[in-house]
Ligand binder design. Structure first.
Ligand code: SF4
Length: 281
């Protein structure tokens, strides 16, 4: 039998997960990324979303944001019948890269910045050459912000969809350093893709015909991998609500504690985590 930690003589155990700061306001909106963050490690969620501790921006994150800006320029141009050639896309990419550098500088090693810049250009050129970029259908939306109330949730569900294709198909672009296992990635992003589907269906009153992940892989010879999965079934939607409600319940009741695992190896809050006592001195 698991014994309570430091039981008091009156039978009550000490609170072991007392947060230092209230989670009030954390549930103003609910997004798939916040839910995933909480479910991955509730203490990391607390450091990031409640204490709002800063994380150093990695070169890969900065590159990913700038590449996204290039893709956005491409699809916005297609959508609005405006310029979306290579020059337009690379211009948007460079502008976003410089803006990121100005607002959130990254510590590069010698020569690393130029290599990263070039990698971003190569991946965008590979995308422009790909079948995905040659699609003939005109987007229904680009960088679409969706926010809807659902009876299953206490506050609105919020999502930003990179691209919506005819058939109400949400597309999410992901940049990777190495070739991913697409089945595993689809499994890991199920929460996000189901949230997009629920938001689109609620906003349009129409069915979603599929969901798409596009991987931009920054290997020496860049690769573009498109992975289309079917729409979430009713059972998958029910699973989404249950998972979301479990995370929301934990945030609302301020259950934040370390969940050591593989994700600790890239967690920026290891020092804070080591120092955490959960309010017990
Ligand atoms: S180091 Fe691991 S357990 Fe600690 S906050 Fe980060 S992810 Fe969670």
């Amino acid at each position: 039998m698991i014994q309570p930690l430091n039981p008091k003589p009156n039978g009550q155990c000490k609170v072991v997960a007392l947060p230092m700061q209230s989670s009030d306001g954390a549930l103003h909106h609910i997004s798939a990324s916040s839910l995933k963050l909480y479910l991955g490690c509730s203490l990391k969620y607390y450091f990031k979303k409640i204490l709002k501790l800063e994380e150093p921006t990695s070169p890969a994150f900065q590159l990913g944001k700038a590449v996204h800006a290039g893709l956005q320029a491409f699809h916005l141009g297609r959508w609005h019948g405006k310029s979306h050639d290579e020059q337009t896309v690379l211009k948007a990419y460079h502008r976003a890269f410089l803006e990121q550098e100005a607002t959130d500088p990254v510590q590069y090693k010698s020569g690393e910045r130029e290599k990263f810049l070039e990698k971003g250009e190569l991946i965008l050129k590979a995308y422009l050459d790909s079948d995905h970029a040659k699609m003939e259908d005109i987007p229904l939306g680009v960088e679409v912000k969706l926010e809807e109330e659902f009876a299953e949730l206490p506050s609105p569900l919020l999502g930003y969809v990179d691209l919506v294709r005819p058939g109400n198909i949400p597309v999410d672009f992901k940049t990777y350093a190495a070739t991913p296992n697409v089945e595993l990635e689809a499994f890991q992003h199920e929460l996000q893709l189901t949230a997009y589907q629920l938001l689109i269906e609620e906003a349009t009153g129409e069915a979603v015909e599929g969901r798409e992940l596009v991987f931009l892989v920054k290997t020496a010879k860049p690769k573009i991998i498109v992975h289309r999965i079917p729409p979430a079934t009713e059972a998958a939607k029910a699973r989404f609500w249950l998972v979301a409600q479990a995370a929301i319940d934990g945030i609302y009741h301020e259950r934040f504690y370390p969940q050591p695992g593989m994700a600790c190896s890239w967690c920026s809050f290891r020092q804070e985590c080591k120092a955490w006592t959960g309010g017990v001195s």
